[in-house]
Design a protein around this ligand. Structure first.
Ligand code: UDX
Length: 436
């Protein structure tokens, strides 16, 4: 099938390359000339495992191309909208400017019968309000939310847990669902559930999934706070409750909390939308989820300061990690960088290292010092804090060797990802989050 993908960021670039990899003929479109130049030359503009391979293969096959010309969408039968919906400046609500602009630019190029499939995360009610504009060209709007995780985006796009299509009622909706089924048939044939529903449910599936995940993380981080007051160990607690299949161990990783381009802004946008609907009360707990999450960053800083004897002034702190999670170079709302910035604000001599995110981090926070070399980050450090659980720190870092480089063998495990016993056995003073 001929497909267009409007917006070539983390979502759209992966979607375009993944759709080409399953045999479709795809054009990716973005207003950002640098991004399009990079994609056209076969260079993934951000770090995402597996993307480079499918990008190279797609371009070589002739089934994948990129352009800044929205006119190139003409002739495709399905047009995916994968532009960003960031948090508004100075407010909690989502900024729909990019979605509105994409639809407006696309409409003149649509043919009757085309499908416009929104993938961006939007406040419930958005599809309903955009549908008439799409219908004016004889095309049909569907909402087909994306659940990809950064770091697993290629796999999540080709083999998702589920596919969701919010469609209008009647034969038009049935036809649209049929077309989306054809797009995703390789995955549906393998048994991926394909859920056809209305616009509002499709939009809510996405935001409620993210709200649930954020709540799960903040729940265990709240337990970490209680553990800190009682001498309990939150990681053992998570293991124990996680054995209950109704609860499950995943997303019960206590630490410095969630960040990234989705969870924080999505729960805030959800709160804002619920307020507009007069249902703020229903998701009032999300404010608490956000507050618990931010408190954990503060707690990590407190652990470092205490470990340094009450003041960080002039002390070298090695910050291991900058990305909001491993296998990503994304630093949007990164708890790791936030901790680094706060420590710098307290007068510490902060040196940040990360296997993938240094360039992005430096652009956003030029006031911090960076090194790609883990050893030089560790050398003469008065404290080490692990804030992104890269394998480079979790598995590969030998506490014995690291101990020879630092000034003081003090480690704060902001992700509860190190082997505490091994670090202690190597002579380190180890502090976890929510652990004795
Ligand atoms: C998330 C959703 O998982 C995905 O389905 C949605 O499409 C987009 O938002 P992503 O932002 O890539 O994906 O990251 P995710 O893996 O969910 O992690 C989010 C944050 O939570 C990270 O900062 C991570 O470190 C943190 N986290 C995750 C924890 O603190 N503890 C955990 O147990 C799990």
């Amino acid at each position: 099938m001929r497909l267009s993908v409007i917006g070539c960021g983390y979502l759209g670039a992966v979607h375009a390359a993944a759709m080409a990899s399953i045999g479709h003929d795809v054009v990716g479109i973005d207003v950002d000339e640098r991004k399009i130049a990079s994609l056209s030359e076969g260079r993934a503009p951000f770090f995402e495992p597996g993307l480079q391979d499918i990008l190279t293969a797609g371009l070589a096959s002739g089934r994948l191309r990129f352009t800044t010309d929205i006119g190139a969408a003409a002739g495709s039968s399905v047009h995916f909208i994968g532009v960003g919906t960031p948090q508004q400046q100075g407010a909690y609500a989502a900024d729909l400017g990019f979605v509105n602009a994409a639809i407006e630019a696309l409409v003149p190029h649509l043919r009757p019968g085309d499908i416009v499939a929104g993938k961006s995360t939007v406040p419930v009610g958005t599809a309903e309000s955009l549908a008439p504009q799409v219908a004016s060209s004889g095309a049909t709007l569907v909402w087909n939310p994306e659940f990809l995780r950064e770091g697993w985006a290629v796999q999540d796009t080709i083999d998702p847990d589920r596919l969701v299509a919010g469609v209008p009622g009647g034969p038009e909706g049935e036809r649209a669902a049929q077309i989306l089924r054809a797009v995703y048939h390789p995955s549906i044939d393998k048994g991926t559930p394909f859920i056809v529903t209305d616009y509002a449910t499709a939009e809510l599936v996405k935001v409620s999934a993210n709200a649930f995940l954020a709540t799960k993380i903040s729940f265990i981080n709240a337990m970490a706070e209680i553990a800190e007051a009682t001498g309990a160990d939150v990681t053992q607690l998570a293991d124990a409750i996680g054995h209950d299949a109704r609860i499950g161990r995943r997303f019960l990783g206590a630490g410095i909390g969630f960040g990234g381009g989705c969870l924080p802004k999505d729960i805030r946008a959800f709160s804002a939308r619920a307020e507009e609907l007069g249902k703020g009360e229903s998701v009032a707990f999300l404010r608490e989820v956000d507050a618990i999450n931010l408190r954990r960053r503060e707690r990590a800083v407190e652990l470092v300061t205490n470990a340094l004897g009450g003041s960080a002034v002039g002390k070298k702190v090695a910050v291991l990690g900058a990305a909001f999670k491993p296998h990503s170079d994304d630093i949007r709302d990164s708890p790791a960088l936030d901790v680094a910035v706060r420590l710098k604000g307290l007068g510490a001599d902060v040196v940040v290292t990360d296997p993938a995110a240094i360039d992005n981090a430096r652009r956003a926070h030029p006031q911090l010092s960076y090194t790609r070399d883990l050893d030089s980050a560790l050398t003469a450090a008065h404290a080490v804090i692990v804030v992104t659980e890269w394998d480079e720190y979790r598995r590969a870092l030998d506490p014995e060797r690291a101990g020879l480089l630092v000034d003081s063998t003090v480690v704060i495990d902001g992700r509860n990802c190190l082997d505490a016993a091994a670090w202690r056995a190597a002579g380190w003073t180890y502090y976890g989050m929510g652990r004795p």
